[in-house]
Design a protein around this ligand. Structure first.
Ligand SMILES: NC(=O)c1ccc[n+]([C@@H]2O[C@H](COP(=O)([O-])OP(=O)(O)OC[C@H]3O[C@@H](n4cnc5c(N)ncnc54)[C@H](OP(=O)(O)O)[C@@H]3O)[C@@H](O)[C@H]2O)c1
Length: 252
C-alpha cells in the first residue's frame, strides 16, 4: 500500500514513517524539506499519485493565533483537494483531545478548523485525537528564568507516550476509515501541576510549581474536563513512571 505522511520529517511523522516502512509499505515522507508543501500545494499531486492513504501529522511552524489558523485551514484545504483529485481512499489526521472545549486558544481553534474541513470533505477519514505527549510535559513550565516559581493549572490530564501515539496511528492507517474521531490517552490520570513538577524534577530542574486554578494553559482557563479523554478512549501501554525510567525520556 502507498501511504503519504504529510509532516513525515517531524517528531511523530518520522517515527510513523519508520514504523510503516518496517511493515513493508511504500511510504512518502512529505514535508517542505522534501519539496512537498501543504500550504502552497507544491509537490502534492506528485506525492499522492497512486496513494491509498494520506496521514496529516504536520504542524504549524509558528503558534501565533492568526498564523496557526491560516496553517491548518489552508493546508487541510489543499491536502483534501489533492486527495480528491488523486482518488485517495483514507485521510488520517492527528488532533488533540478536548479541542472543542478549549477554543479560547488560537492553537485549538486551528485544530478545530482542520477537523471541520476533514469532516465536510468527500474523502473518508479517521481523526485520532491524542492527549498531551509525555515528551511535551516539561515544556509546560516555560523557559527557566532565574529559577522563579511557576504557576500552573491543577486541572486533570491523562497524557500519553508518543510511542503509543505512533503505534495507534499506524494501526489507524492500516485499517478502514471510520469517519469519526477516536481519542487516545495514557493509562494514568494526573493533575497538570503535579506531573509537570515530576517531569522537571526528573530533569534536575528545581523550580517550585504552584498550583493555581487561574493559571492559563495556552490562554485558556482549564477545568477537570478540559483535557480529559472521552469514556471510549483507547489507552496507551506506557505509563509516565515507566517512560521517565527510559534512558531516552529526557532527550526531547
Ligand atoms: N504535542 C502534543 O502533545 C500533541 C498532542 C496531540 C496532538 N498533537 C499533534 O501532533 C501533530 C504533530 O506534531 P509534531 O510535534 O510531530 O510536529 P513537529 O515535530 O513540529 O513536525 C511538524 C512537521 O510538519 C511539517 N510541516 C511544516 N510546514 C509544513 C507545510 N507547509 N507542508 C507540509 N508539512 C509541513 C514539518 O516539515 P519540515 O521538517 O520540512 O519543516 C514537520 O515534518 C500536530 O498536528 C499536533 O497538533 C500534538
Amino acid at each position: 500500500m502507498k501511504i503519504v505522511v504529510i509532516g513525515g520529517s517531524g517528531f511523530i511523522g518520522s517515527r510513523l514513517v519508520r514504523s510503516l516502512r518496517g511493515g513493508g509499505h511504500e511510504v512518502v515522507a512529505a514535508s517542505p524539506k522534501s519539496g512537498v508543501n501543504a500550504l502552497t500545494g507544491e509537490g502534492l499531486a506528485q506525492a499522492m499519485h497512486g496513494a491509498q492513504v494520506v496521514v496529516d501529522v504536520s504542524n504549524s511552524p509558528t503558534f501565533e493565533d492568526a498564523a496557526v489558523l491560516h496553517f491548518f485551514e489552508t493546508s487541510s484545504r489543499n491536502l483534501l483537494a489533492a486527495e480528491s483529485a488523486a482518488g485517495v481512499k483514507h485521510h488520517v489526521a492527528l488532533s488533540i483531545v478536548g479541542t472543542e472545549r478549549n477554543l479560547g486558544s488560537g492553537y485549538f481553534r486551528g485544530k478545530m478548523a482542520q477537523e471541520t474541513l476533514i469532516k465536510s470533505s468527500m474523502t473518508p477519514f479517521t481523526i485520532l485525537r491524542a492527549t498531551q505527549f509525555f515528551e511535551f510535559i516539561s515544556s509546560l513550565a516555560g523557559p527557566r528564568v532565574n529559577d522563579e516559581p511557576v504557576r500552573l493549572s491543577p486541572a486533570m490530564m491523562q497524557p500519553v507516550a508518543s510511542s503509543d501515539v505512533v503505534v495507534t496511528l499506524a494501526a489507524v492507517v492500516l485499517a478502514d476509515p471510520i469517519n469519526r474521531i477516536v481519542d487516545l490517552a495514557g493509562p494514568d490520570k494526573f493533575r497538570l501541576a503535579d506531573i509537570v513538577a515530576k517531569a522537571l524534577a526528573a530533569k534536575g530542574d528545581a523550580r517550585e510549581i504552584i498550583a493555581d486554578e487561574q493559571a492559563p494553559y495556552y490562554g485558556v482557563l482549564l477545568n477537570d474536563q478540559s483535557l480529559m479523554p472521552g469514556p471510549d478512549a483507547q489507552i496507551g501501554r506506557i505509563g509516565f513512571a515507566e517512560w521517565l525510567s527510559q534512558p531516552t525520556s529526557n532527550t526531547h
